[in-house]
Design a binder for this molecule. Structure first.
Ligand SMILES: [Zn+2]
Length: 460
């Protein structure tokens, strides 16, 4: 297939943007990128998809996703994080069945694909969600995923007084063996699209000893670790009081910092930790919408980038965002720091697109395979329709994309050269059936837990 007559935003090393450009896809990989006429001439036998008026970008990489929370979308709007978790989110998630886990994953993945997300990192898969069912949905959908299973050994969150909801406590040895088993079954499965990672709980839910054990196991297997770190102010107070250190120093002390380490949020990571993170090659998954909505604060993402830290983007979850639309996340990242610092030069659209593509690929150790449109890389591509009033004119197509586009503008999505979304519809999952099942399962889940919707206005 050749995607032709498009504006191709390559995010390659020269950061070329090619007007009337084309991308040739052969055998799941990018065979050529260049001017349409040249590419079509070089591959005369390939079918051509006319992408006039459209923009082709690398598949987006979401580095912080809670698949199970898609079913919980809207369950706790306008609340602060800790009570949001303990009174609503954990009660619902703690009553999941594997069927709920599968339905939520299908909903989340359908939404991500439609929004141009081709790769994601799931951060906290509980055993009760059913790892196999979720991995099967990943395989069926065609998306690329790193699935991190929970490890924990303490049933608290952030402060010792925040006891975790019982249903959220991992059975057995706190998930460690379950993750190893999932690794043996699924790592490298679905033509290599699935990776299995470790998802230790936030410090307070996971002891330094368990963090060390996880670090060792991940290094042995050359796989990754993701952990929520310094999301709320209470997290840094806890680390100071309990261990007498900063978040970065804690992670270094536990020996979990490395090239495939993704620290989610990092809102309260202090500047003295930045060199440590930069040197280790670890990534911070910046989640501006979630952090803003939960009033957790705004992570110093531009300052971290300046210090050499790899910063990528994450949508987080259904109750906190409330969407898994990485294009909208890009807009949030691009605007929020300007307001915070009164500096309009911070995080231009180009930097934000890097965060959502090549930085995300680097976060997952996949920078040589995905994250940019270059010959030889896997053909993970997104076609965005710019023939629409809110995206014209577009003198700078990169900033038009970052400030103006949303998931609804995505026309086509390819992963490994396979067309997964066409004309804005997912081909590999039945979207209507997925949405119906999610609605029914969410209703049953609310009924089971005795929770009801929080309505501030009368609903007749
Ligand atoms: Zn999260």
């Amino acid at each position: 297939l050749i995607l032709s007559h498009a504006t191709v935003i390559t995010v390659d090393t020269a950061r070329r943007v090619i007007r009337d450009g084309a991308v040739a896809v052969v055998g799941g990989r990018i065979a050529a990128v260049g001017k349409s006429a040249e590419v079509e001439r070089a591959f005369p036998h390939l079918p051509v998809r006319d992408c006039s008026g459209e923009v082709v970008i690398p598949g987006l990489v979401d580095t912080h996703v809670h698949l199970a929370q898609a079913l919980l979308r809207g369950c706790a709007d306008d609340r602060a994080l800790i009570e949001w978790l303990t009174e609503r989110v954990w009660v619902l998630q703690g009553n999941f069945t594997p069927e709920d886990g599968r339905a939520s994953a299908a909903l989340c993945i359908a939404e991500m694909l439609r929004g141009g997300t081709t790769t994601f990192l799931e951060c906290l898969l509980a055993q009760r969600y059913g790892f196999d069912g979720i991995a099967e949905v990943v395989a069926q959908s065609g998306i690329r995923a790193c699935l991190a299973g929970i490890t924990m050994d303490t049933a608290t969150y952030a402060t010792r007084s925040n006891a975790m909801y019982l249903g959220m406590v991992e059975p057995g040895d706190g998930g460690f063996t379950a993750v190893l088993e999932a690794f043996d079954r699924w790592h490298g499965a679905a033509e290599g699209r699935v990776q299995v990672w470790f998802g230790p709980r936030t410090p307070g839910g996971c002891s330094p000893a368990l963090f060390r054990r996880v670090g060792e196991a991940a290094r042995e297997r050359d796989t990754g670790i993701t952990v929520h770190l310094a999301e709320v102010r209470d997290d840094i107070r806890f680390l100071r009081e309990e261990y007498g250190c900063t978040p970065g120093a804690f992670a270094a002390e536990c020996d979990i910092l490395g090239l495939k380490t993704v620290l989610a949020h990092g809102v309260w990571i202090p500047p003295e930790d930045f060199p440590l993170l930069a040197e280790s090659g670890a990534t911070v998954a910046h989640c501006p919408n979630s952090n803003s909505k939960l009033a957790s604060g705004i992570a110093p993402a531009p300052e971290m980038l300046t210090a050499g830290v790899n910063v990528a983007l994450g949508c987080d979850g259904g109750p906190s965002n409330n969407t898994y639309d990485l294009l909208r996340e890009m807009r949030a990242a691009a605007v929020v720091h300007k307001a915070r610092t009164l500096d309009p030069l911070l995080l231009p659209g180009e930097t934000v697109l890097e965060m959502a593509t090549i930085n995300g690929a680097r976060a997952l150790g996949l920078q040589d395979e995905i994250g940019s449109i270059e010959a030889g890389k896997k053909a993970d591509l997104v076609v965005v329709d710019f023939r629409t009033p809110h995206l014209v004119p577009a003198p700078n197509p990169v900033s038009a994309l970052v400030y103006g586009a949303s998931a609804a503008d995505v026309d086509a999505v390819l992963v490994d050269g396979r067309l997964l979304v066409d004309r804005g519809r997912v081909l590999t999952l039945d979207e209507r059936a997925v949405a119906c099942e999610a609605t029914e399962r969410a209703e049953a889940l609310y009924a089971r837990t005795g929770l009801t919707a929080e309505l501030r206005w009368p609903v007749l």
